[in-house]
Design a protein around this ligand. Structure first.
Ligand code: HEM
Length: 456
C-alpha cells in the first residue's frame, strides 16, 4: 500500500465493527471456535466481513486477512508494516527466541543470507544421502501388526532423522540422554498450546522453560567440536557457512537457529507425510501410481531422482493444500497500514488465513476433493492466483526449508511405497487437534502391511 493511499480517507475505510455473535466467550473470544474448526471460522468471517475481518481473541480485537489478495498483501509487506517476531513469540512463547522466523527486517535479511548457504543444491544433495540410512534405521523397528498409528510413528521417525541429519548423530551421547533431549524439544513445541503462560511447575510452559535449558546445554556442549570439524549435518553446516562478504553466525546464533530449525522441520513434515498416507490409503489407484515410480528407482535415490517422482509430487502438493501444516500465519502491525482498502492501526495482531485460500471455489475446482491432477501442467489450478496455494508462506519469510521438506517427505514415502501397502477407510475423517499445528488426535491409524511378509 502506498503512503498516499494510506493517508487518503476517501480511498480507505475503517475495520468493520464486530458483530455481537462474533464476540465469543469473555476474554477468550473465539479461540474455541478456531480450535474446533478453523476453516469454518475463517469462512464465516469471510462471508460476514470480506477479506479484512475483526477477530476478538484473548481480550483484544485482532484482524483476520482472508482470501489470496489480502494474504498476499500481508506476506509481501511492501510498506514493512508487519513484523513476525512480536506476533509469533506470543504464540510459541520465548522458547524459539531469535529463530529466523522470529527476527525482522534488516536483521532478518542478514541472517537469512547466511542461512541460505545451508540450503544450496550441493548441501541438499548431501542431506539426501544422509536421509536414506536414517529412514531405513527408523523404520526397522516398525511393528505393523494391527492398527498402525501413522502420525505417532512418523513423528518419532522425523525426530530420529533430525537427530542424525541436524545433529550429526551426537556421537558421545547415550540413548537415554538423546531421549531426554527429544523430550526437551517436544516440551518446547508443546508450549504453544499452554494456557498458563509463565514459568510455573507442572505446566506446559514450565516444562518448556526447562526444555529450552536442556537443549541449549546440549548444543553448547557439541559446539566446539562442530566448529573444529566440518561435516555434512546441519549443525556443522551452520557453524561453517560464510557469505561472500564473510558474514557468519556467532555461537549464540547457531544455538538459536538450531533449536528453531528442528522445530520448523519436525511437525510440519510429520503432518504432511501422515496426510499423504491417509489419502493414498483412501485412493489405492494413486498409491499404485506412486508405487510404480518408487519401484523404478533404486533403494537410495539421489536428489534428482526423488524430484522425478511426479505423481508423488502432485499428491504432496494436494496434501499441503487440503491440510496446510501451518493453516494460519501471524503478524503484528508495527505502524498504521492499509490492506485491501481497510485501515489497520499500529499495535494490531493480524492472522493471515492461508488455509481458507486453499479451499475457495474461485480458485479451485471442487476444493474439498482429493484431486492431485489439479497441479498437473495441463491444469495448474495453483496458478489461478499467485497466493492461492501458500503452504510455505510467501515474501521474505517464505519457508527456507521447502526443498529440504520435499526431499525428506519423498524419501520417506519412497521407502514406504517400496516396502509396504496400506489401506484407510474411504469414509475416515481424522479428528484434528488445532491447538497448535493441526494433528490427528487418534494418531491417524492405517492398516499397514509389510510387503515381503505377506507375499504381496
Ligand atoms: C511441509 C513442511 C513445511 C511447511 C508446510 C513449512 C511451512 C512454513 C511456513 C508457512 C513458513 C512461513 C512462516 C511465516 O511467514 O511467518 C515457514 C518458515 C520457515 N521454515 Fe518451514 N515449513 C516446512 C518445513 C520446513 C523445514 C524442513 C525446515 C528446515 C529444514 C523449515 C524451516 C523454516 C524456517 C527457518 C522458516 C523461517 C524463514 C524466515 O523467516 O525467513 N521449514 N515454514
Amino acid at each position: 500500500m502506498t503512503a498516499e493511499a494510506m493517508e487518503s480517507p476517501e480511498t480507505t475505510r475503517p475495520l468493520p465493527s464486530l458483530h455481537r455473535e462474533d464476540r465469543g466467550y469473555p476474554w477468550l473470544g473465539q479461540l474455541f471456535e478456531y480450535s474446533k474448526d478453523p476453516v469454518r471460522l475463517l469462512r464465516s468471517k469471510w462471508d460476514r466481513y470480506g477479506p479484512v475481518a475483526p477477530f476478538y481473541v484473548l481480550g483484544k480485537t485482532s484482524v483476520m486477512l482472508l482470501g489470496p489478495d489480502a494474504c498476499g498483501e500481508a506476506l509481501q509487506n511492501r510498506d514493512k508494516a508487519f513484523a513476525n517476531g512480536p506476533a509469533w513469540s506470543q504464540l510459541v512463547g520465548p522458547f524459539f527466541t531469535r529463530g529466523l522466523m522470529l527476527i525482522d527486517f534488516d536483521e532478518h535479511k542478514s541472517h537469512r543470507r547466511i542461512m541460505q548457504e545451508a540450503f544450496t543444491r550441493p548441501r541438499l544433495e548431501g542431506y539426501t544421502r544422509r536421509l536414506h540410512p536414517a529412514i531405513e534405521q527408523g523404520m526397522a523397528s516398525w511393528d505393523t501388526d494391527g492398527r498402525f498409528p501413522s502420525y505417532w510413528r512418523l513423528k518419532q521417525l522425523t525426530l530420529d532423522i533430525a537427530a542424525d541429519l541436524f545433529m550429526g548423530g551426537a556421537q558421545d551421547t547415550s540413548k537415554a540422554e538423546m531421549d531426554r533431549v527429544n523430550k526437551a524439544f517436544i516440551a518446547c513445541v508443546q508450549a504453544a498450546a499452554g494456557i498458563v503462560r509463565a514459568d510455573v511447575p507442572f505446566t506446559r510452559w514450565g516444562r518448556a522453560y526447562r526444555g529450552r535449558k536442556v537443549l541449549e546445554k546440549f548444543l553448547r556442549h557439541y559446539l566446539p567440536a562442530k566448529r573444529a570439524q566440518q561435516t555434512d549435518d546441519i549443525f556443522s553446516v551452520l557453524c561453517h557457512i560464510t557469505t561472500e562478504d564473510g558474514d557468519r553466525f556467532s555461537d549464540d546464533d547457531v544455538v538459536n537457529h538450531m533449536i528453531f530449525l528442528m522445530m520448523a522441520a519436525h511437525d510440519t513434515s510429520t503432518i504432511t507425510t501422515s496426510t499423504i498416507l491417509q489419502y493414498l490409503g483412501q485412493h489405492p489407484e494413486w498409491q499404485e501410481r506412486c508405487r510404480a515410480d518408487a519401484l523404478a528407482l533404486g533403494p537410495e535415490p539421489s536428489m534428482a531422482e526423488l524430484e522425478s517422482l511426479v505423481p508423488l509430487d502432485l499428491v504432496m502438493r494436494e496434501a499441503l493444500r487440503l491440510r496446510a501444516p501451518v493453516p494460519v500465519l501471524v503478524r503484528y502491525a508495527v505502524k498504521d497500514t492499509v490492506v485491501q482498502g481497510v485501515r489497520i492501526p499500529a499495535d494490531t495482531n493480524v492472522v493471515v488465513g492461508v488455509q481458507l485460500s486453499h479451499m475457495m471455489e474461485d480458485y479451485w475446482t471442487d476444493p474439498p476433493a482429493f484431486d492431485p491432477e489439479r497441479f498437473s501442467p495441463e491444469r495448474r489450478e495453483d496458478r489461478s492466483h499467485r497466493f492461492a496455494w501458500e503452504p510455505f508462506g510467501g515474501g521474505v519469510h517464505k519457508c527456507i526449508g521447502l526443498y529440504f521438506a520435499g526431499l525428506e517427505i519423498k524419501a520417506i514415502m519412497h521407502r514406504l511405497l517400496r516396502e509396504y501397502h496400506w489401506t484407510v477407510d474411504p469414509a475416515y475423517v481424522p479428528p484434528l487437534d488445532h491447538h497448535s499445528l493441526p494433528f490427528p488426535k487418534d494418531g491417524l491409524p492405517i492398516a499397514l502391511v509389510r510387503k515381503d511378509r505377506h507375499g504381496l
